[in-house]
Design a protein around this ligand. Structure first.
Ligand SMILES: Nc1nc2c(ncn2[C@@H]2O[C@H](COP(=O)(O)OP(=O)(O)OP(=O)(O)O)[C@@H](O)[C@H]2O)c(=O)[nH]1
Ligand SMILES: [Zn+2]
Ligand SMILES: [Zn+2]
Length: 262
């Protein structure tokens, strides 16, 4: 059940859809999103004042978000401080992977929740205490739907898609692809084995979002990663990129689970 709905009748199958009045749902949804927006603005203000850049990474489960982050942590080491906020319904697994790759990470477990919100991310950023000039990645809960609705106060939104998911996804999930600053087309190493037309994919992204850049990558083989890092560098140029890495080993923190979205 999604926090934007807040419906007490959640958990029913598709044969028994929600029966509450549309207006009540819309009111609740509006209130939840309004409160989130307010907290997102507070996050944005905090990030500006501390000279920290936040990138919100979103995708369906398994597209390769953590794999791309593991590579970035290793490849950008020494260039600038990096921290990661991991969102999953359960387990500390992704944060453990990131810490093993060499940077501080906070794991948020959302329980039944299907997205991160600005309150969770605000708490996690403060727990991490990123140094001035740091790049903080948020790995959102694997889901192409409601993470698009929740502003976290981020500077940039990156949507990861893999070549095994089909070229139609930008058209089916226009909110997600419509709000992306960059689309990372991952698992390009699998292209010879799947029926996926990258040119057609680029065209569909352009249909819903003419401004989004599409970068073709392979997290496992390393293809295209320099272009992704250049993109990050270019977009963050104003944020004291050349600060020495001053972040400590302090932030292996776990933020408590399950927090109501409203
Ligand atoms: N062939 C190939 N496999 C990849 C690539 N990137 C990730 N994978 C594999 O895809 C699987 C999922 O990768 P993750 O990085 O865990 O994906 P994720 O998006 O973080 O997944 P969730 O956190 O569960 O949403 C793993 O088995 C990875 O090894 C890639 O570029 N090529
Ligand atoms: Zn992951
Ligand atoms: Zn949700």
């Amino acid at each position: 059940m999604c926090g934007t709905c807040d419906c007490a009748e959640g958990g029913r199958g598709p044969a028994e859809p929600h029966r509450h009045a549309a207006t009540r749902t819309e009111d609740l949804e509006h209130r939840v999103l309004e409160k989130n927006q307010h907290l997102a603005e507070q996050n944005r203000d905090w990030l500006r004042r501390h000279g920290v850049v936040l990138v919100n990474l979103m995708s369906s489960p398994g597209s390769g978000k953590t794999s791309l982050l593991e590579r970035a942590v290793a490849d950008l080491r020494g260039q600038r401080p990096i921290c990661v906020i991991e969102g999953d319904q359960a387990t500390p697994l992704d944060a453990e992977r990131i810490r093993s790759a060499g940077c501080p990470a906070v794991q948020i477990n959302t329980g039944a929740g299907c997205h991160l919100d600005a309150s969770m991310v605000g708490d996690a950023v403060r727990a991490l205490e990123p140094a001035r000039g740091a790049l903080v990645f948020v790995e959102n809960v694997g889901n192409l739907v409601c993470p698009a609705l929740f502003d976290l106060g981020e500077d940039h939104r990156a949507v990861v898609m893999s070549v095994t998911e089909g070229v139609d996804k930008p058209l089916k999930y226009p909110h997600m692809f419509g709000t992306a600053d960059v689309v990372l087309l991952n698992k390009m190493d699998l292209l010879p084995y799947v029926d996926f037309d990258p040119v057609g994919f680029h065209a569909r992204v352009r249909q819903v979002n003419p401004d989004a850049e599409v970068l073709e990558l392979s997290a496992t083989r390393g293809d295209g990663l320099e272009a992704w890092y250049d993109w990050l560098q270019e977009r963050s140029r104003s944020m004291s990129l050349l600060q020495p890495a001053g972040f400590g080993e302090t932030a292996a923190v776990t933020v408590p689970a399950e927090r109501p979205a409203s």
